[in-house]
Write a protein that binds this ligand. Structure first.
Ligand code: 5AD
Ligand code: SF4
Length: 440
């Protein structure tokens, strides 16, 4: 028997890409490929790409350039580009980078094994269809391997909201929810393999409305049904849009202990003028009101968000309004970005804010967010939180896990991955916490 072929995957961008990379690896696994962590050992290198900002997209081309010597040394090496850059640029990638053998978009990656075969036969293929068939119906069952205590599970893909800055509606297509029974059985399968925490993924996950046994299920319904699965201890979901935060979902946060008290709810800006220009379809006050209702249901909710600075037309006053909103919400953590004009989006037609102004705003905003993050971590010191252990830490006898609030926690313990324990937080470090098992 010949040695198995090796596949190296590099994943860029969001958690959905992490999930997609896993499913692609599994699909290739069914064709005899094993994954490798070393690009030099690979028979096929697959870049699962992100198009959200220019930097992310350009990184793909520089990484492809860096693969050139490898391909020269190993002419049989196949190189594939998957994900959102593949979707957005398709054929163009082959023109710009002739070393690429295949280009596959996020909705057609169930066809990857066939494309890999074509590549082995010397044929280049591009598939950026939004096919009639559902890729999930054509992917192999999730295999037994790779037992980790936490897993992602895509429940919804695509977006119909068309925020003026965003490529997602173009790269991921329109909003589609997977049927509830498929999600339930995938979740049960994962739990059977030792998964204790599932993060439900969707570009607009709280707009989930998948077909259920008796009519459509909302995300709240899905969460409540998942909570009944024995062995599944924690449920999270990301990313949400404020306008889809239904009352039933807010209520679930107050009533369902398995639903974790951490919510990523991007607002992008605190200025109504900019929110309108961004086509977000809500005001800053509406967002703040929503947070109030969420915290009424779950007072300890840790909030997370996304912010864009330097959106076309953003003035100092607009930026101040964003800073005010951040102060009002008090985030446990947040991601912030300098606006990046994306081809094909409405905002790309407008005059951008000067780069130095946008840079300065980004720094100011990030300083505030860091301060809030530090304070949120400090506030954990002395508290007891539950930690799901994931893997050994760097020190001997140390394990790392995540608290309910998604903080990384380091603990000296003989607990195994997958175990959940009460931990008393003793210390806050820049990006993690340290704790001990009480009574030791
Ligand atoms: N420029 C900068 N940031 C962007 N995001 C999305 N599109 C852009 C863009 N064109 C940010 C938003 C979104 C996160 C995933 O990326 O904040 O919530
Ligand atoms: Fe990037 Fe958006 Fe695609 Fe995720 S869905 S990889 S964030 S462009």
């Amino acid at each position: 028997m010949s040695a198995p072929k090796k596949l190296f995957i590099k994943t860029y961008g969001c958690q959905m890409n992490v999930y997609d990379s896993e499913r692609m690896a599994e699909a290739m696994g069914a064709e005899g490929y094993v994954t490798t962590e070393v690009a030099e050992d690979a028979d096929m290198v697959l870049l699962n790409t992100c198009h959200i900002r220019e930097k992310a997209a350009e990184k793909v081309y520089s990484d492809l350039g860096r693969l050139r010597p490898l391909k020269l040394a190993k002419p049989d090496l196949k190189i594939g580009v998957a994900g959102c850059v593949a979707q957005a640029e398709g054929e163009e990638i082959l023109k710009r980078m002739p070393l690429v053998d295949l280009v596959v978009g996020p909705q057609s990656y169930h066809r990857l094994p066939a494309m890999a075969k074509a590549a082995e036969a010397g044929e280049k293929t591009v598939d950026t269809d939004f096919p009639e068939e559902d890729k999930f119906d054509h992917l192999p069952e999730r295999p037994k391997a790779s037992v980790r205590p936490t897993a992602f599970l895509t429940v919804q893909e695509g977006c119909d909201k068309f925020c003026a800055f965003c490529v997602v509606p173009y790269t991921r297509g329109s909003e589609v929810s997977r049927p509830a029974d498929r999600i339930m059985s995938e979740a049960r399968g994962l739990v059977g393999k030792g998964v204790r925490e599932i993060t439900l993924l969707g570009q607009n996950v709280n707009a989930y409305h998948g077909a259920g046994p008796n009519g459509d299920w909302t995300l709240a319904r899905l969460v409540r049904e998942l909570a009944k699965v024995d062995g599944l201890e924690r449920i999270r979901y990301t990313t949400s849009h404020p306008n889809d935060m239904g009352d039933d979902l807010i209520a679930a946060h107050g009533e369902e202990p398995k639903l974790m008290p951490y919510l990523h709810l991007p607002v992008q800006s605190g200025s109504d003028r900019i929110l309108k220009a961004m086509n977000r379809k809500h005001t800053a006050e509406e967002y703040l009101g929503l947070i109030e209702r969420i915290r009424a249901a779950r007072p300890d909710m840790m909030m997370s968000g996304d912010f864009i600075v330097g959106f076309p037309g953003e003035t100092d006053a607009d930026f101040d309004a964003t800073m005010d909103l951040i102060r009002a919400v008090n985030y446990g953590m947040a991601y912030s970005f300098k606006y990046s004009a994306r081809p094909g989006t409405p905002a790309a037609e407008k005059t951008p804010v000067a780069a130095d102004i946008a840079d300065a705003r980004l720094q100011t905003l990030q300083a505030l967010i860091s301060e809030q993050q530090r304070a949120a971590q400090e506030a954990m010191v002395g508290r007891e939180v539950s930690v799901l252990f994931e893997k050994p830490g760097r020190l001997p006898g140390q394990m790392v896990g995540k608290s309910d609030y998604l903080h990384a926690v380091h603990v000296q313990t003989d607990a195994q991955p997958g175990q959940i324990a009460k931990v008393r937080i003793t210390k806050s470090a820049p990006n993690s916490l340290a704790g001990e098992i009480p009574g030791r």
